[in-house]
Design a binder for this molecule. Structure first.
Ligand code: SF4
Ligand code: SF4
Length: 535
C-alpha cells in the first residue's frame, strides 16, 4: 500500500489496496469537533468481503464489483471497457457531450490550478489518489493509447498499463467525485474534469452494466418500473399526500388540499418523491404557499411524473432520457403551461439543462425552478409575513446543480434576506460554494463503510463551512437553521449532523426554504418549524 506517493504506473499494479485514508490527515474541523480521537472510527471491510469483491482502491467500496473468476473474464471486461470508451468519441453515440469531451481530452495544460478547488482532495489531506488530475491523466493515457491508438502514445502522452486492476480501480475512483464541477469552474482553459467522471460512469453503466445499486437498480430502474425510486405507486403517493395535507391543516390552522391531475393548470409541480417520505413538511409547505397565493397548480399522478428524481444525470444518459420524457409527457397530457421543479437540485439540472438535448418538439415544455416562483410569490404582496418569527441564525447551503451549474443564485437569497433577520452567508457561497459531499448520488449510498467516507471526507468541507457560518453563536444554547433547498443535499446534511452529533453539540437543524417561508406567514399558527423533530 502506498500512502501519498502514487505514480500512474501504480494504478495498474496487482496490489491489494492502492491508497489509505488516515484520519490524522483529514483537515481539522473547528472545536468541539477538532479532536482526532473523537472522530468516529470507520467500519473495516471484512476479509471475506475483500475476497469476493473488488476493494483495491482505498479503504471503502461504493460499487461492490464481484471479482472476475478467470483471466478470460477479466479480459472480457477490459475489452468491454475499451469498446465503451470508443463509443464516447463517436458522434452518433455521444453527440450531447462529444465536443466538451474532446476539449477535455486535448487541452489540459497540466497546470494543476484546479486541484485545490476540489473539496475531497483538500479534506482528505491532499491524498494523491483523490487528486482529480491523477484520475484524469489515467483516463487520458488510456484513451490515447488504447482508443485513439496514437503511434508512440506511450512516449508522447505517457504510458499506462490497462488491465483488470486498472479498470476496477477506475470504476471505484469514478465514485470518489461528486461531479460538483468546482474544479471545472477554476480551469482557465475550460477543461471539465467532472465530465470525465460522468463519462467513465456512463461507460461502466451503459456498456458494462455496472453502476451503484442505489442509483441504478433501486433508483432509475425502480422509478421506471413502479413510478418512483421510493417504491411508491400512484395510489400510495396520493395516500401519503392526503396524510400530509391533514397534518398541515392541523399544524397551520388552514385547510390544505393538494391538487391532482388538474387539466390546464398553470403549473405542474414536480417534487423529489423522497421529500414525501423523509421530509413531508416540505411538500406540505409548498401546498400551503401555492394555495395562499392563489396559484393554479397541480401534481401529476402518472407513473414517474410524481417523482422528479432522475438519477440518470449522474451515470447513464439512456436512463436520464427515459425519465425526462415521462416527465414531459405527463405535463403535455395535462396541458399545463409549465413544469415547476421543487427543492431538488439534480432534478433541476436533469430536466431543465440536460433534458434540453432530448425534449424537442411537442415535449419541449417550459420548465422553471421553484426558487424563482417562490420569489415572485413572496414579493407579490399576496401573503402577509412576520419575519420576526424567523429571528434565529440562518445560513444557506447552495446546491451545486441549482447554483453553480444553473446560475439560480439570488432568488433564494432575496427571500432569506427579507424573511430571516439573522441570515448570514457561508464562505465561500453562491457559485463558489462547496458541495454537501452527497452529490452525484452519494447522499443515498451507504454500502459497507461508504458512509464513513462520504461524511468524513466528502462532506467535511461543508460541515466546516456550516460551523464557521455560526461561529458567533456556536453553542447548543442558540437554535440555528441550515437552509438546504435540495432533497439530496438534505439527506447528506442529515447524515453529517448525525455522524458528528451536531444537534446536541451545536443545536443546528436543517430544512428547506419553503419551511422558512411558511414559518413566517402571519395566517399560519406560529411554530411551523419544529426544533425537536427535524431528524
Ligand atoms: S484541467 Fe485546467 S486547471 Fe486543471 S490542470 Fe488542466 S488546464 Fe490546469
Ligand atoms: S467535480 Fe468536484 S468532487 Fe469532482 S473532482 Fe471536481 S471539484 Fe472534486
Amino acid at each position: 500500500m502506498i500512502k501519498n506517493k502514487l505514480s500512474i504506473k501504480d494504478f495498474g499494479k496487482d496490489t491489494d489496496q492502492l491508497a489509505h485514508v488516515d484520519l490524522n490527515d483529514l483537515t481539522p474541523l473547528p472545536p468541539p469537533y477538532d479532536k482526532v480521537e473523537d472522530e468516529p472510527k470507520w467500519k473495516e471491510l471484512k476479509p471475506e468481503y475483500r475476497e469476493q469483491f473488488e476493494c483495491s482502491l482505498d479503504d471503502t467500496v461504493a460499487l461492490g464489483i464481484p471479482k472476475p473468476k478467470t483471466p478470460g473474464e477479466e479480459k472480457e471486461l477490459v475489452d468491454k471497457f475499451v469498446s465503451g470508451l470508443q463509443k464516447l468519441f463517436q458522434k452518433e453515440n455521444n453527440w450531447p457531450f462529444l465536443q466538451q469531451l474532446m476539449l477535455t481530452l486535448e487541452h489540459c495544460a497540466k497546470c494543476q490550478t484546479c486541484v485545490d478547488a476540489c473539496p475531497i482532495y483538500e479534506a482528505s489531506g491532499r491524498n494523491e489518489v483523490y487528486r482529480l488530475t491523477y484520475r484524469s491523466e489515467i483516463w487520458r493515457r488510456i484513451v490515447k493509447k488504447y482508443v485513439q491508438k496514437k503511434p508512440f502514445a506511450s512516449f508522447t502522452d505517457g504510458d499506462i498499463d490497462l488491465n483488470w486492476k486498472t479498470v476496477a480501480r477506475l470504476m471505484e475512483l469514478s465514485y470518489r467525485c461528486t461531479i460538483c464541477r468546482r474544479c471545472a469552474q477554476t480551469c482557465p482553459i475550460g477543461v471539465d474534469n467532472a465530465l470525465i467522471t460522468h463519462e467513465l460512469r456512463k461507460v461502466f453503466s451503459q456498456e458494462m452494466g455496472i453502476a451503484a445499486k442505489e442509483i441504478h437498480e433501486k433508483g432509475s430502474v425502480l422509478q421506471l418500473k413502479v413510478g418512483s425510486s421510493t417504491g411508491m405507486n400512484s395510489e400510495v403517493v396520493k395516500d401519503n399526500i392526503d396524510f400530509i395535507d391533514e397534518d398541515m391543516s392541523e399544524i397551520t390552522g388552514l385547510t390544505i388540499k393538494s391538487r391532482w391531475d388538474v387539466k390546464g393548470a398553470d403549473i405542474m409541480l414536480l417534487h423529489n418523491a423522497g421529500e414525501i417520505i423523509a421530509w413531508p413538511e416540505n411538500p406540505g409547505a409548498f401546498a400551503i404557499i401555492l394555495e395562499a397565493a392563489g396559484i393554479s397548480w397541480t401534481l401529476s399522478s402518472d407513473a414517474v411524473a410524481y417523482d422528479g428524481i432522475n438519477y440518470g444525470l449522474w451515470y447513464d444518459d439512456a436512463q436520464l432520457a427515459r425519465v425526462a420524457i415521462k416527465h414531459a409527457q405527463a405535463a403535455r397530457k395535462l396541458g399545463v403551461k409549465k413544469i415547476v421543479i421543487g427543492e431538488c437540485g439534480h432534478a433541476h439540472k436533469a430536466l431543465t439543462v440536460i433534458a434540453d438535448r432530448v425534449l424537442t418538439g411537442d415535449l419541449n415544455i417550459p420548465r422553471e425552478s421553484a426558487m424563482t416562483l417562490l420569489e415572485d410569490i413572496v414579493f407579490s404582496g399576496k401573503i402577509k409575513f412576520d419575519p420576526s418569527r424567523n429571528n434565529f441564525p440562518v445560513t444557506l447551503h447552495d446546491p451545486c446543480n441549482l447554483v453553480r451549474l444553473m446560475g439560480v443564485v439570488e432568488p433564494q437569497r432575496r427571500i432569506l434576506r427579507y424573511l430571516c433577520p439573522q441570515f448570514r452567508e457561508m464562505t465561500p457561497h453562491g457559485v463558489h460554494n462547496y458541495c454537501c459531499g452527497g452529490g452525484s448520488g452519494f447522499a443515498i449510498m451507504s454500502p459497507n463503510n461508504f458512509q464513513n467516507w462520504r461524511v468524513a471526507v466528502s462532506g467535511r468541507k461543508k460541515l466546516k463551512q456550516v460551523l464557521d457560518a455560526f461561529s458567533d453563536c456556536p453553542g447548543p444554547e442558540t437554535k440555528k437553521y441550515l437552509c438546504a433547498p435540495c432533497s439530496n443535499c438534505k439527506g447528506q446534511i442529515r447524515d453529517i449532523l448525525q455522524y458528528y452529533n451536531v444537534k446536541e453539540k451545536s443545536n443546528i437543524i436543517y430544512g428547506g426554504l419553503v419551511e422558512l417561508i411558511v414559518n413566517a406567514m402571519v395566517d399560519v399558527k406560529p411554530g411551523f418549524i419544529s426544533w425537536d423533530e427535524s431528524f
